[in-house]
Design a binder for this molecule. Structure first.
Ligand SMILES: Cc1cc2nc3c(=O)[nH]c(=O)nc-3n(C[C@H](O)[C@H](O)[C@H](O)COP(=O)(O)O)c2cc1C
Length: 185
């Protein structure tokens, strides 16, 4: 079984990546494979409602990672959407790609139906829960099972406080184990 870890931060080795690696470690401990998708730093197009994807299962814009994300969503049994919090939502470039990839997928033979999804967000101070709520909507529209943990799936980056979010790390580990449990049935 394989879980897709998406890093919706422009920083391939930033806080969101570190947070996702904690989830990954727990998944590996439970025998679940992982594969990564990384947001780039190139310009990203928003969805233009051209409906190309509902006929072809491909996004008409092929140069910013959306089609790679579609392929990975098809291939994997679960997905973790990871994003930094930007103005109490997910990163706009990341959610623009998710709009296109999930629209192409949830309108195509229900390929995500019954798969497991979880959102995790990284932030400085505030706005995490609205971002999590928004990201979870991709799963609700795709007939997916949303994995939970023992608290909201967020981690504070510790900047300005210089404190490690040890509780957040435990929540991430627990989330990884819960995803594995759901996948194994
Ligand atoms: C445009 C922008 C908006 C942000 N908005 C918020 C916010 O609403 N709340 C918050 O706590 N942090 C906010 N941040 C801080 C990031 O969420 C934080 O630095 C995060 O740890 C970055 O993760 P990364 O290293 O994976 O990119 C914002 C950062 C940027 C660049």
């Amino acid at each position: 079984m394989k879980v897709l870890l998406t890093n919706g931060s422009p920083h391939a080795d930033g806080y969101t990546a570190k947070q996702l690696r904690i989830v990954e470690e727990a998944l590996h401990e439970d025998g679940i494979e992982t594969v990564w998708w990384q947001l780039g730093t190139k310009p990203v197009r928003g969805c233009i409602d051209c409906q190309h994807c509902t006929k072809t299962h491909r996004c008409a814009f092929d140069d910013d990672g959306a089609n790679e994300l579609i392929d990975l969503l098809d291939e994997c049994d679960g997905v973790v959407l990871g994003s930094p919090v930007y103005f109490a939502g997910g990163n706009g470039a990341f959610t623009a790609i998710c709009d296109r990839a999930f629209y192409a997928t949830c309108n195509w033979e229900s390929t995500l139906r019954g798969k497991v999804g979880a959102s995790v967000v990284n932030l400085w101070r505030a706005g995490a829960t609205t971002a999590i709520d928004n990201l979870n909507k991709y799963f609700y529209a795709s007939q997916m099972i949303v994995a939970t943990s023992n608290y909201w799936p967020l981690m504070h980056n510790g900047e300005h406080t210089e404190r490690e979010d040890r509780f957040g790390a435990k929540v991430m580990r627990n989330l990884g184990h819960n995803i594995a449990k759901l996948l194994k049935g």
